[in-house]
Design a protein around this ligand. Structure first.
Ligand SMILES: [Ca+2]
Ligand SMILES: [Ca+2]
Length: 176
């Protein structure tokens, strides 16, 4: 696994541990889903329900595949298996990426405005400067919007062990 992928995985593990216990549990994913939904007041109930369901499904899949000792929590050592063999998580990762991306597009026009993108990513825990750098890397249009499909693909790439020099690396980069 490339260093870039390891750095991305370390960062996302730290953010996914929303309650700071040092490992991932079901509570982390409910907490994160609640934060993201609270940051998206423009989304309708169906979109919010889909987001909650996507976070829970993500946790269920992670736990089923990665909680090797079945103690109800996934440690960092257990978590790294998902980037070592991403093919095992293909369906769950696609669902998660598409649900998160869709939440940024409450009016369903296939585009995401920067303000909402920042709100969502801030809720997950990323830093503002890194969020803006990521948004810019997705090549926003003249009216400062990115395509939902581009973001969904970017989320998937983030977990790709062989990926380097991708937009998602901006989330890891030191600010300055
Ligand atoms: Ca936790
Ligand atoms: Ca475990």
């Amino acid at each position: 696994m490339q260093k870039a992928a390891i750095d991305r995985v370390k960062l996302i593990f730290t953010l996914l541990d929303a309650d700071g216990t040092g490992s991932l549990e079901a509570e982390d994913f409910d907490l994160m889903a609640a934060r993201v939904v609270a940051a998206s007041p423009g989304s309708d109930e169906a979109a919010k329900a889909a987001m909650l369901a996507a976070f829970r499904r993500y946790w269920t899949t992670l736990a089923a595949e990665l909680d090797a000792n079945r103690d109800g929590r996934v440690t960092f050592e257990e978590y790294t298996a998902c980037v070592l063999s991403p093919e095992r998580f293909d369906a769950a990762l696609t669902d998660f990426a598409e649900s998160l991306a869709a939440l940024g597009d409450p009016n369903g026009d296939g585009l995401i405005e920067r303000d909402l993108f920042v709100a969502l990513m801030t809720a997950i825990g990323f830093e503002r400067a890194n969020i803006d750098a990521l948004f810019d890397a997705f090549q926003p249009s003249d009216d400062d919007q990115i395509e939902v499909a581009v973001w969904a693909a970017g989320i998937r790439d983030y977990y790709g062990p062989e990926k380097t020099g991708i937009p998602g690396d901006h989330l890891v980069a030191v600010r300055g």
